[in-house]
Design a protein around this ligand. Sequence first.
Ligand SMILES: [Zn+2]
Length: 303
Amino acid sequence: MGVPQVEPALTPPSVKPILPKKPNMGSGKSRTKKRDIPEGLWIKCPSCEAMIFDKELDENLKVCSKCSHHFPIGARERIHSLVETCTFQELDADMESVDVLGFKGASTYKSKLDAYRKGTTLKDAVVTGLGKIGPHRVALGVMDFTFLGGSMGSVVGEKLTRLIERGTSNNLPVIIISTSGGARMYEGMFSLMQMAKTSAALAYHAQQRLAYLSILTHPTMAGVMASYATLGDLILAEPKAMIGFAGARVIKDTTQAELPPGFQTSEFLLDHGLIDAIVPRKEMKDQIVKYLDYFSAGKKAGA
Ligand SMILES: [Zn+2]
């Protein structure tokens, strides 16, 4: 079979993104002094070490104005930055994950879900809907790393599949913006099955000669990378995003070989032909419009 060695676990990124909100994991004792810092936070850029006022960072789409480091950005903020005002119609907004396996570990899956729903105001790790980008109506799915590491469980897979199918039946291009540690270990095989389901939906979408743009952001790994994230007609990535299948440490331990510098970055993948372009976040909307112009012109000409 195609992908027997998929890690069913959530692969932790080696470069830790800064999470905007860490949910209280339910102990009731985790209130610290840090939580009481008044509004107007200064954030240190991990790349150039400049201190940036958080409002300035928000206004700049979470990109450092000094060195262009791309901080993580939430799904809703990203949708807001791309989609025309009042055109976004969210789909399956109330779909929630269920603990089918009765998973018990250090904490239960159910308690994790509850904590992340409260801490992030999201129901799961992807937001999907129909909207307009420039003049183009699109089916858009945006993942959010703050919800359980953007891991792909049944709900992420189902929401994306329904989105793709909606795109197919409405003759719309599909855009999926990924950020994920991979398949969600709490759902075992059910999470792995989402790889096949989303891929099949994209195959039907492609049969209708409709465009699919996959946009990879930091980090996009494992089962997501091994399914819909790499199936784009066009695969774009944000600068310096960590993108790969197995984690670098696992590969190094398995192959016992030194990995080349810049391994598993957008730039490395562009050099090796695995992605088509690197697009800075602030140029993303204009570039998407250009690509969709191109695809729709081709479709008209080819029809
Ligand atoms: Zn910076």
